[in-house]
Design a protein around this ligand. Structure first.
Ligand SMILES: [Mg+2]
Length: 264
């Protein structure tokens, strides 16, 4: 057994089966203790909503935390082993260190103020609460009936002003505007480079469309059995020896995948 990088989505991937989560947590904590493996959460949640979940479900403190679909990254205070890991308690953003190097990568081609000004011309877009906004993410509500037309027009307006950014529409109501470099997959690549961990020593786990960016590299990828249709569709079209569709849901599927790939 050797050290590996474990990256997982939270909602309906790590979290969703409490008994299996307890078992997985014990295995991961022991592996980190013995082999210095790294634990990373990659979630669509804001830091605030992450902390509510972490406390409710007693999540292990991660070595790094990717929030807001890749637009924020946090490390323990010094970003190196031996220091206190990211606190799951409280909701004070100052407790963890917001990574400046990742922020500089996101800043390329991004100007929040100008992007908001362009989007404000569309009255169908309604800004989401402040907790869901961050320097590299602007989130709106957009009704499904109007979505196709508004998305096309907004995309064109942004392009005209020279902005090549991501428009992610999901759940029939949420529209996220993100930097071109802002996604979970690129955030994982960044962490692998920083920690010098090979793709074959990395496993990424997920259940839905915003996890696909993590599955497109050479890392081992694990889809939980309860994966959403868009991810199953991706799997059907991209099956190879690097990815594995578990038979069990959530944390139970993750344990299965860790064994399948020989990590535990
Ligand atoms: Mg999920």
């Amino acid at each position: 057994m050797s050290s590996f990088l474990f990256v997982t989505d939270l909602d309906n991937t790590l979290v969703g089966d409490d008994a299996a989560l307890l078992e997985l947590n014990q295995k991961l904590a022991a592996h980190r203790e013995q082999h210095n493996s790294k634990i990373v959460y990659a979630t669509g949640r804001s830091l605030y909503l992450y902390r509510l979940l972490a406390e409710a479900k007693s999540l292990l403190p991660p070595d790094a935390l990717i929030t807001a679909v890749g637009t924020e990254m946090y490390f323990d205070r010094e970003g190196c082993a031996g220091n206190p890991r990211i606190s799951n308690r409280g909701v004070n953003q100052q407790e963890s260190q917001y990574d400046r190097e990742w922020a500089n990568i996101l800043a390329q081609g991004w100007n929040r103020q100008e992007i908001v000004a362009i989007a404000s011309q569309f009255t169908d877009l309604q800004l989401q609460p402040k907790s869901e906004q961050n320097p590299f993410k602007v989130s709106y509500y957009l009704a499904e009936a109007a979505a196709a037309e508004i998305l096309a027009k907004l995309q064109a307006a942004l392009k005209q002003e020279g902005f090549d950014i991501k428009l992610i529409y999901s759940a029939g109501q949420d529209l996220d505007l993100l930097p071109k470099n802002g996604d979970k997959g690129l955030a994982v690549q960044f962490l692998r480079r920083r920690w010098k961990i090979a793709p074959e020593q990395t496993i990424v786990c997920g259940d839905s469309g915003n996890d696909i960016s993590m599955f497109e590299g050479q890392e081992k990828s694990l889809l939980v059995a309860n994966a959403k249709p868009e991810l199953l569709e991706w799997y059907a079209a991209n099956k190879n020896e690097h990815n594995y569709l578990a038979k069990a849901d959530c944390a139970g599927g993750i344990i299965e995948g860790l064994k399948h790939f020989g990590f535990i």
